[in-house]
Design a binder for this molecule. Structure first.
Ligand code: CA
Ligand code: CA
Ligand code: CA
Length: 212
């Protein structure tokens, strides 16, 4: 089974025109969420999708590369794409400036390694050459819903939220693109304590009667 990505542009009359269709191979366990950003800092937007994959498609590597990157040519077409290692089996991703330098960085949730990886954009090579820093989180990928970013504690630094059916795990940004992963005790208690946390310091936690 092959997956495809279609590139469309607005025709100006309320319609969209399919410019190109790229057939994707490998990663047959599924491609997930995608974002458009300038991955290689050449001034042209590229397309990045998560790659859940299956171990049999990547024998001997020890990991399933969690990203699939299609380079944009600037004429609304993309190349055939390549796998990029940023953890083991990508299920979620989100853009955000975690360093405060105005450049969009990339965060990825990896299901098989139970990590959140953070690729920080450099001023010369974009996201291409940067090994992803990895932070451990609770790891049942069956429960994963989405990965979000935002400044949840109002300190001016962007944070990450791993949203799962069982609750939300928060990785607080500590500046310079570093994150504070949930402590071991928080991981063991999973979301019950975190769900009750007062993220915005307004005196109420998630699930408090006043917020229902
Ligand atoms: Ca580019
Ligand atoms: Ca940045
Ligand atoms: Ca913050």
């Amino acid at each position: 089974m092959a997956a495809t990505i279609r590139s469309c542009w607005a025709g100006g009359d309320g319609t969209f025109i399919v410019k190109t269709e790229v057939f994707l191979t490998g990663g047959l366990g599924g491609y997930g969420p995608s974002v458009i950003t300038d991955y290689d800092d050449d001034g042209v937007p590229d397309l990045i999708a998560t790659n859940e994959g299956t171990p049999s498609d990547f024998p001997g590597t020890g990991e399933i590369p969690s990203l699939f990157v299609l380079k944009g040519f600037g004429d609304r077409t993309f190349n055939g794409g390549k796998f990029v290692d940023a953890g083991n089996s990508g299920l979620g991703l989100t853009l955000g400036d975690f360093t405060g330098d105005g450049r969009q960085d990339l965060a990825i949730y990896n299901g098989m390694s139970s990590t959140v990886a953070l690729k920080l954009a450099s001023s010369t090579t974009g996201l291409t050459s940067v090994p992803a820093a990895r932070y451990g989180v609770v790891g049942d990928y069956h429960l994963f819903v989405t990965l979000l970013s935002g400044d949840v504690n109002g300190d001016g630094t962007r944070d990450l939220l791993v949203v799962a059916h069982a609750g939300v795990q928060v990785l607080l940004g500590t500046g310079g693109g570093h994150m504070r992963a949930p402590a071991a005790t928080e991981i063991q208690s999973f979301s019950e304590d975190l769900k009750a946390t007062d993220l915005n310091h307004d005196g109420f936690g998630f699930g408090d009667p006043q917020r229902r």
